[in-house]
Design a protein around this ligand. Structure first.
Ligand SMILES: C[S@@+](CC[C@H](N)C(=O)[O-])C[C@H]1O[C@@H](n2cnc3c(N)ncnc32)[C@H](O)[C@@H]1O
Length: 387
C-alpha cells in the first residue's frame, strides 16, 4: 500500500537527520545517496520532514508518526496519505483557517497547547503578537527579492510571463512563492538580490551619506552591505567577518552586482583588533549580530525543533562582546546599527539597554520588524548614536 511507502520514506529521512547541517543541505545529500527515490518521493519526504519540525516541541509525548499526521494537517491545506491514514477525522477540516484547525487538534488531543511549539521562557520582544507569531510557524515564508526601482516593471513582467504569482510590495520589493526557480526566469543575476522583506526594511535605519565610510562588521555573504550600497552607491565600505569563506561569497556577490570598490577583511571581533584597526574611524557601523535566529525559524523549522534555550545566554554574551569591540571605531555623532534576526527580548532590547548603560550611546529608535503577517522573517533593529 502506498501509505506504507510514505511512512517508510518519512521514518528513514527522520532517522538520517541529527540537526547539525541545515535541513535543506542535508536533504540534497540524502537524496543523492538515495537515488531510488523519484521526484514525487522526494517532494513528499521533504514536505513531511519540514511539517514535522514545524510542530516544534509540542506533543512531544506522542509517537513520531502521530505527531507527523497532526503537523502535516496543520501545515497544509491538502490531505496527505499519512494524515488520512493516522488522523482520518482531520480530513474534513484540512482546508479550514489555521485557528480552526488548531482548535480541532486541541479537541482531539487535549494536551495540545500551541504555546508548546515554541516553549521558551525567554520573553518575546515588545509588540509581538504571540498567537500570530506561533501560527506563522506553520507556514513556509515567501521568497523576497530586492530590485532597482527602474528594473522592477521588467522583472515583474518576466516573472508573470513564467506563470509565477508575484506581488509588488514596494518600488523595490517583490514577493514570490518559496521554491520559485528565479535563476531560470531572470538569468542576469545582477538584476536582483534575494533578501527577506524584514531584512530589506532594516535599511530605513541606515541613512548613509555620500562618501561616508561604513563598516559592516558581521558581513557574512554581504546581505546588509549590498543593501547599504543600493541606498547610497557612493558609500565607502569595509566588510568583515570571522569566517573567510563567507567573505569569499560576499566578494562574488559584489562582483556579480557590478560593485568593485569595497574592502574586505577577516576579523574576529572577540579579539583585540587595535593592531589592524587603530587608524580606522567610521561614519556608521552595521552590527548584524550572530543570534539564535528565532525570527527566521519559519524558514528553518529544524532549528526550532533542536534549539536549546541555554544558547540564548551564549548569544547575548557574544553580542555584547562584539558590540564592545566595535563602538570605539565609531566617530562621535554617528550611528551604530544593531540588528538581530531574533525575537527574544534578551538578544534585542536588553542588549540595547546594556549598550546604553555601558557606552556613550543614545538611542534614536528601535523596532522589532514583524514578518509574521507578511510571510516573512522577523528582525530587530536599533539606531544608536555615539555621543
Ligand atoms: C547574522 S550573520 C550576518 C548576516 C549578514 N549581515 C547578512 O546580511 O547576510 C552574523 C555573522 O556574524 C559572524 N560572527 C560570529 N562571530 C563573530 C566574531 N567573533 N567576529 C566577527 N564576526 C563574527 C558570523 O560569522 C556571521 O556571518
Amino acid at each position: 500500500m502506498k501509505v506504507h511507502h510514505h511512512i517508510r520514506a518519512f521514518e528513514q529521512v527522520l532517522a538520517s537527520y541529527d540537526g547539525k547541517l541545515p535541513l535543506h543541505r542535508h536533504l540534497v545529500v540524502y537524496f543523492k545517496q538515495n537515488k531510488q527515490m523519484g521526484s514525487s518521493d522526494r517532494r513528499w519526504a521533504s514536505r513531511y520532514i519540514y511539517s514535522y519540525f514545524r510542530l516544534g516541541k509540542a506533543l512531544a509525548e506522542l509517537p513520531a508518526l502521530e505527531r507527523l499526521a497532526i503537523a502535516d494537517f496543520l501545515c497544509n491545506t491538502d490531505l496527505s496519505l499519512i494524515t488520512d491514514h493516522i488522523f482520518p477525522t482531520a480530513a474534513e477540516h484540512v482546508a479550514k483557517p489555521n485557528e480552526e484547525k488548531v482548535a480541532f487538534v486541541k479537541k482531539q488531543y487535549p494536551s495540545f497547547e500551541i504555546a508548546a511549539i515554541f516553549p521558551f521562557e525567554a520573553q518575546l520582544s515588545e509588540g509581538i503578537d504571540q498567537q500570530a507569531f506561533l501560527l506563522s510557524l506553520f507556514v513556509q515564508p515567501n521568497l523576497f527579492i530586492r530590485v532597482r526601482e527602474t528594473h522592477l516593471p521588467l522583472i515583474k513582467a518576466r516573472i508573470e510571463e513564467a506563470g509565477v504569482a508575484v506581488q509588488e510590495l514596494s518600488d523595490t520589493t517583490l514577493a514570490l512563492p518559496n521554491g520559485t526557480k528565479l535563476e531560470q526566469i531572470v538569468t542576469d543575476a545582477r538584476l536582483y538580490q534575494v533578501q527577506d522583506l524584514s531584512s530589506q526594511k532594516t535599511g530605513a535605519y541606515f541613512q548613509p551619506q555620500p562618501y561616508d565610510y561604513w563598516w559592516d562588521c558581521c558581513a557574512a555573504s554581504g546581505g546588509k552591505s549590498l543593501l547599504i550600497h543600493s541606498l547610497e552607491p557612493k558609500v565607502k565600505l569595509l566588510a568583515s567577518d570571522v569566517r573567510e569563506t563567507s567573505l569569499g561569497n560576499l566578494q562574488e556577490r559584489f562582483i556579480a552586482a557590478g560593485i568593485n570598490d569595497f574592502q574586505k577583511k577577516t576579523i574576529d571581533l572577540l579579539q583585540n583588533n587595535d593592531q589592524i584597526l587603530h587608524h580606522y574611524e567610521f561614519d556608521g557601523i552595521l552590527l548584524d549580530a550572530p543570534c539564535s535566529g528565532a525570527g527566521t525559524w519559519g524558514r528553518t523549522p529544524e532549528m526550532l525543533y533542536f534549539f536549546e534555550e541555554y544558547k540564548v545566554a551564549n548569544y547575548v554574551k557574544l553580542q555584547k562582546a562584539i558590540a564592545e569591540n566595535v563602538v570605539k571605531y565609531l566617530k562621535p555623532g554617528k550611528p551604530l546599527i544593531y540588528m538581530t534576526c531574533s525575537v527574544f527580548k534578551q538578544e534585542n532590547e536588553e542588549v540595547v539597554n546594556y549598550l546604553l548603560e555601558k557606552f556613550p550611546l543614545k538611542l534614536e529608535r528601535m523596532e522589532l520588524i514583524k514578518g509574521y503577517n507578511n510571510k516573512a522573517d522577523s528582525m530587530f533593529v536599533a539606531r544608536l548614536i555615539k555621543q
